[in-house]
Design a protein around this ligand. Structure first.
Ligand code: SAH
Length: 466
């Protein structure tokens, strides 16, 4: 993929100073995902062009990844090497970081100068249509152009691809242009290659300073940039609102859209609890135990529903139970409600009479924390001894991890996971357990389903055979 930056500023060769890259040299750099090259195809007094060419190594990207998993063609055959994605942002920050930061040792007076600039990207995947591209760049004062490519020129009947050659033009400082590209290129990308963490939020807020808060598409930009991380998205919005409040204009429609955006998407965690809740409701259970309740998120939902007359949360971690106690405000809960809920300390691998006599048990994202040799004890503790009529159990679907492309290669979603199962492995295990202990089992997806790899979380609902 190629990023081309052209200026008609006079003298145009100032671009070399601004980029900290000498116009006469062809320079190559090694990055963790491949190579990047910077060169100048054109250096005239009235026009100068610099290119950043990214050569992503698709094999290197998957080296060492999921070694014990079946071969997945998608690891090797994908669009990563050819499209501008978050890799491009990483390259911009690593190779052109000084320019993006607005520093120029030799000619400091240049960095604040707004000059005519044009950036062209070959190619940018825009899956939501060209309109979105316009909506993102035009409010920042760019003139934009986007040309769509057919899937294959030799087979026009295959139709259009989601890939575009795009150009943005404006009078900006180079630092502004690079910052906009750095933040906005990944917004079009469906597959961020790195794990989005706290520091991504800080980066977004730092780089978005001065323009993102007032951008009409700030919700979309923020949500997509912080993909999969709803809480980060919320924090970011809250802070962008603070920044914006310093400004005189109050735009009610932005606020409404923002509220809607806040309420609409559910995090995977929330979806999981809602799905489990629905299964528990459907089972008709009145007495429910949440085994491995953690900080009590599901308990908080259960307590709101009067169907559940007796609710117990159990966990092996005292710290989690303390958090649950705080989160549920057990101290301040009205007596009648507090009587319905109990927290107990225990372990899923020891038989425990306190787990008996429940209509249903929820075991949400817990079994993958158990050492495989302990699974046999766990099975007996739950299905042989406690023996609730219904067991609702969830665990990650390992196959889905490839969509978090870059959840560091071959690793589990959580440092404490001892295993993550494919759909087949989970169903084999659950079918065997059901058979052995006389339960019926059915499987349900949790979270958006991908046609190839399924949903991010998998759920089994076991019902005692009558
Ligand atoms: N069910 C919760 C928490 C999931 S995290 C939720 O959906 O939010 C996994 C939890 O399992 C942690 O709180 C951990 O302390 C607990 N856990 C791990 N091993 C356990 C065991 N042997 N017995 C009981 N709980 C266990």
């Amino acid at each position: 993929m190629l990023l081309t930056i052209t200026t008609t500023h006079n003298p145009a060769s100032d671009l070399g100073y601004l980029l900290h890259k000498h116009p006469d040299r062809f320079q190559s750099f090694d990055l963790s995902f491949g190579k990047a090259h910077v060169f100048y195809p054109e250096v005239e007094t009235n026009q100068c062009t610099a290119c950043l060419l990214l050569d992503v190594d698709p094999v290197g990207m998957v080296r060492g990844k999921n070694r014990n998993q079946n071969f997945l063609l998608g690891h090797y055959v994908n669009d990563r090497p050819y499209v501008a994605s978050s890799f491009m942002s990483v390259a911009i920050s690593q190779l052109l970081g000084t320019a993006m930061g607005g520093r120029c040792k030799d000619r400091p007076e240049l960095v604040t100068q707004q000059i005519p600039l044009e950036a062209r990207i070959d190619v940018l995947p825009i899956r939501d249509g060209k309109q979105f591209f316009h909506k993102v760049f035009e409010p920042l004062g760019y003139e934009v152009e986007a040309t769509r490519h057919p899937l294959d020129e030799q087979f026009p009947e295959w139709g259009e691809s989601p890939y575009y050659s795009v150009t943005i033009r404006g009078t900006k400082t180079l630092s502004e242009l690079l910052t906009h590209l750095y933040v906005l290129i990944p917004v079009f990308d469906n597959n961020k290659h790195y794990f989005v963490g706290e520091d991504e939020l800080e980066k977004l807020l730092a780089k978005g300073e001065g323009w993102l808060a007032s951008h009409p598409e700030k919700e979309q930009i923020t949500r997509r940039y912080l993909k999969h991380r709803y809480s980060l998205f919320r924090q970011a919005l809250a802070r962008l609102v603070e920044e914006e409040e310093g400004e005189p204009v109050e735009d009610a429609s932005i606020r409404e859209a923002q509220e809607e955006a806040l309420e609409k998407p559910l995090s995977l965690n929330d979806q999981r609890h809602q799905t489990v809740l629905a299964a528990l409701r459907g089972s008709g259970a009145r007495k429910v135990i949440d085994l491995g309740c953690g900080e009590g998120k599901l308990l908080r939902e259960l307590i709101k529903d009067k169907q559940f007359e007796q609710i117990v949360g159990m966990d092996v971690s005292i710290r989690s139970l303390e958090h649950a106690h705080k989160r549920l405000k057990l101290d301040r809960m009205p007596d009648r409600q507090a009587e319905r809920l109990n927290l107990i300390h225990g372990s899923l691998i020891y038989r425990d009479k306190r787990f008996n006599d429940f209509d249903a048990a929820a075991i949400v994202e817990v079994i993958e924390h158990l050492d495989p040799p302990r699974l046999a004890s766990f099975e007996r503790v739950v299905f042989e001894f406690a023996r609730p009529k219904t067991v609702v159990l969830t665990t990650p679907n390992q196959e889905y991890n490839v969509l978090w492309d870059t959840l560091p290669a071959g690793q589990f979603r959580h440092a404490d996971h001892r295993f993550e199962w494919t759909r087949q492995e989970f169903q084999d295990w659950a079918n065997r357990v059901a058979e052995q202990h006389n339960y019926l089992v059915r499987f349900l997806p949790v979270g958006a389903e991908d046609e190839n790899v399924g949903s991010p979380t998998q759920m089994a609902v076991f019902e005692v055979k009558q």
